[in-house]
Design a protein around this ligand. Structure first.
Ligand SMILES: [Zn+2]
Length: 186
């Protein structure tokens, strides 16, 4: 198993696992165990599990940012939920937009079902995902550059609708989600 780029937080690791279903059967089900490990002298963090559907053994080994022995807990604010000010090395901006869209849709469903707590949590995650896209905006640039997209999935999202990665549009979407919070979990 090759070493993955540095994981900033537990929530970022969880998202990465969800975005990478079982290669053999496509299932996302399975329980994960986690433990610190090392790749040479470099501290790393290993997630291992077994696919609930086909039994395939699954493993992901993430590098850790300098000085950490485990992924950080989620930060309290949407901008810190998944990590610090540095852009993600695991999910590209297109994948973050997919996460934001999925969470916003799921939030609408939860709200219609009267589950305000779940709706708020999902809406909050959508805001955090949009904040992650903004971390890929070069200072003073008015859009995320195409070179920031490295995954096939993320590039597909960009090519379908590059306009969604303009700074102004990202701010509007973030504010829309913030204005649709049933209440703010904290
Ligand atoms: Zn499987």
């Amino acid at each position: 198993m090759s070493l993955l780029p540095a994981v900033r937080s537990r929530d970022e690791a969880d998202l990465y696992l969800e975005l990478h279903p079982c290669l053999r059967c496509g299932s996302m089900e399975g329980a994960w165990g986690e433990a610190p490990t090392a790749q040479g002298a470099r501290p790393a963090y290993r997630y291992t599990g077994r696919c609930a559907d086909c039994g395939e053994t699954r493993e992901f080994v993430f590098a850790l940012p300098d000085g950490r022995v485990a992924p950080a807990a989620a930060g309290p604010h949407p901008t810190t939920r998944f990590g610090g000010p540095e852009p993600s090395a695991l999910l590209d901006p297109g994948e973050w937009l997919l996460v934001a869209d999925w969470c916003a849709e799921a939030s609408d469903v939860a709200e219609r079902q009267g589950d305000d707590a779940e709706a708020a949590e999902l809406r909050w995650t959508a805001v955090a995902a949009v904040e992650e896209i903004c971390k890929f905006l070069p200072e003073a640039a008015d859009a995320v550059p195409e070179s920031a997209f490295w995954s096939a999935r993320g590039r597909g999202v960009y090519q379908r609708e590059p306009g969604r990665f303009r700074r102004r549009r990202l701010v509007v979407v973030r504010d829309h989600h913030l204005n649709h919070m049933p209440w703010s979990p904290s």
